[in-house]
Design a protein around this ligand. Structure first.
Ligand SMILES: NC(=O)c1ccc[n+]([C@@H]2O[C@H](COP(=O)([O-])OP(=O)(O)OC[C@H]3O[C@@H](n4cnc5c(N)ncnc54)[C@H](O)[C@@H]3O)[C@@H](O)[C@H]2O)c1
Length: 253
């Protein structure tokens, strides 16, 4: 199949990826590169962003070191002026705070919401101009199955991901006039640095229970990146406002 006849091709598409310095965001960069996209990688850690850049075969990618909790109101405009308007946006930056509700302070909620949801909403606000985002573009926000099913200790995190799922549906309606599609992806447990740290903090019994919940076992970053590619590509041209669950069957129970 030639690139042009492959509906999953990202050839010629310019895509902004946050959280590209590790885990799922890094894998999204590697997979989008393989599908022909030109990428702008965003993360906090310059050396790890450069590491991601070195994993890519294309030569016209770039990166921007950014703390997403502090982006200026001209952030996207400035990037688009320098690198060109975007066809795609993937928000994979995220943090987790595992604490029982009785210990979660307002500042904990603020921290988690700022990175997981508000920074994405602000970027999308800035992408609403034709100068920064092309008609027919695609936006993919990484949510989580904790937005759909409860687990103790993840209230702030789950709520921030639930905010993403709700916002995606409204944004999809509003931006449909320009055929811009907005979707979320909800992964189950994926072995990334963030998840490895979390699993290491559990007792053996807790870890076994967590892993055994997945009929197809724990997932990989590639499993998520493949779903992201689908949503970024023209293969999903009639899909918007949806939440793609990639969880090895966890929520099918
Ligand atoms: N790993 C899993 O099992 C799993 C499951 C469901 C959902 N998710 C979601 O997938 C996304 C990626 O998770 P991951 O497992 O790859 O985690 P990770 O920790 O490996 O990657 C998160 C990335 O976000 C970046 N980041 C965090 N705060 C930032 C900020 N203020 N500014 C800029 N960058 C910031 C980090 O630098 C890092 O590159 C997250 O949104 C996470 O909630 C992960």
């Amino acid at each position: 199949m030639t690139e042009s006849s492959n509906p999953f091709s990202l050839q010629g598409k310019h895509i902004l990826i946050t959280g590209a310095s590790s885990g799922i965001g890094r894998q999204c960069a590697v997979s989008c590169d393989r599908m022909g996209a030109r990428l702008l990688l965003v993360g906090r850690n310059q050396s790890r962003l450069v590491e991601t850049l070195r994993m890519l075969s294309g030569s016209d990618h770039d990166y921007k070191t950014t703390d997403l909790d502090k982006i200026p109101s001209t952030y996207i405009e400035d990037l688009a002026t320098l690198h060109g308007a975007f066809d795609g946006f993937v928000h994979s930056a995220g943090i987790e705070k595992t604490l029982p509700v009785k210990f979660l302070k307002k500042t904990d909620y603020e921290e988690v919401f700022n990175t997981n949801a508000f920074s994405a909403f602000e970027i999308i606000r800035q992408l609403c101009s034709r100068r920064t985002f092309k008609d027919g573009g695609s936006i993919v926000l990484i949510s989580s199955i904790t937005s759909l099913i409860a687990r103790g200790g993840v209230c702030a995190y789950a709520a921030s991901k639930g905010a993403i799922n709700s916002a995606v549906r409204v944004m999809a309606l509003e931006l449909s006039k320009r055929r811009i599609r907005v979707n979320s992806v909800s992964p189950g447990t994926i072995l990334t640095p963030m998840m490895k740290d979390y699993l290491a903090s559990l007792t053996d019994d807790e870890r076994k229970k967590r892993v055994d919940g997945f009929p197809l076992g724990i997932g990989t970053s590639e499993d998520v990146a493949n779903g992201v590619i689908y949503l970024l590509s023209d293969a999903s041209r009639w899909v918007t406002g949806s939440n793609l669950i990639i969880d090895g069957g966890y929520t099918a129970r």
